[in-house]
Design a binder for this molecule. Structure first.
Ligand SMILES: Cc1ncc(C[n+]2csc(CCOP(=O)(O)OP(=O)(O)O)c2C)c(N)n1
Length: 284
């Protein structure tokens, strides 16, 4: 179990990730706010101590890998990496602008600390599996973490990977599904229902858990249990809220990709306990 102090530290890291994500998106005035906010806690836990990474040597061979398969949540990963010191924080306000190293979707050739290029949904399942398999064949002990969206689980490629992962028993692979119950244009249950995701992954032979995806202690404990399940590929379904912690996004009916005003951003930042400068165009 995580000590109370550690839980508080991770919660605060998550709050900082939300703030920096929102400021970066605020400079742009639009973006994938909903799906970025729902993965904040898992990113805080992974980069807050679970993953073996070195911000000064982002490509070191011994590192653990993150494949953010729902690559449109890139802004949340960039905020996390900047806060961990992979690159200067003021780079965040170049998000998705001409010549930036922080494109809307993740690009491993552009951003220090980004391990895999993603954005075409489903593909991160295959690339993550491939990396985990390659590392195991090389006798390495690195872990590979993959984050999928629930809408993304409508891709056939995810289930081809699930079938292979169940058979290959890759205990250096932990897949998260961000079950925020929404996709681009509505609820997954109304568009192409996924049913019980935990049961589905279990039927493919995976060690599967379902946790509150906004509870850092629960996520940490689930990762610990996944690692203890030797000889099994693991999946952790994160029960989340799309737009979590960002007032204007949580209130909106559809928040997948939205426009927002400076006033809305300022108000959302205040609710997160930030009242410093961020104004559109200003460097943070
Ligand atoms: C192969 C592919 N098809 C369509 C898209 C367009 N697209 C981007 S995000 C998205 C919705 C994804 O939903 P989900 O995985 O639930 O993401 P979240 O709600 O967590 O943001 C779609 C259809 C894409 N990026 N890749």
């Amino acid at each position: 179990m995580l000590a109370e102090q550690e839980v508080a530290r991770l919660k605060d890291f998550a709050r900082e990730i939300r703030i920096e994500t929102l400021k970066a998106l605020g400079h742009l005035g639009f973006g994938h706010v909903g799906g970025a906010m729902s993965v904040v806690e898992v990113l805080a836990v992974l980069y807050g101590g679970v993953m073996r990474v070195d911000p000064k040597h982002p490509n070191m061979e011994e590192r653990d890998w993150l494949v953010l398969s729902k690559g449109h949540a890139g802004p949340a990963l960039y905020a996390t990496l900047a806060l961990r010191g992979f690159f200067p924080k003021d780079m965040l306000c170049t998000l998705n602008q001409g010549g930036t190293n922080l494109p809307s979707h993740c690009d491993r050739n552009l951003t220090p600390g980004v391990d895999m290029t993603t954005g075409s949904l489903g593909q991160g399942m295959s690339t993550g599996l491939g990396v985990a398999l390659g590392l195991r064949m090389s006798g390495k002990d690195n872990y590979v973490y993959v984050i999928l969206g629930d809408g993304e689980c409508q891709e056939g490629q995810v289930w081809e990977g699930a079938l292979y992962g169940g058979n290959a028993c890759l205990d250096n692979l932990i897949v998260f599904v961000d079950e925020n119950k929404e996709q681009l244009d509505g609820y997954t249950k109304d568009i192409n229902s996924l049913g019980d995701l935990k049961e589905k992954w279990e039927s493919f032979g995976w060690h599967a858990q379902l946790v509150d995806g906004h509870d850092v202690a629960a996520i940490y404990e689930a990762i610990r249990q996944a690692k203890a399940a030797k000889g099994r590929s693991s999946v952790i379904i994160l029960d989340t809220i799309k737009g979590k912690g960002c007032s204007f996004a949580e209130e909106a009916k559809l928040n997948h990709h939205m426009r927002f005003t400076p006033a809305e951003v300022t108000e959302a930042l205040k609710a997160l306990g930030y009242d410093g400068s961020w104004e559109r165009g200003e460097r943070a």
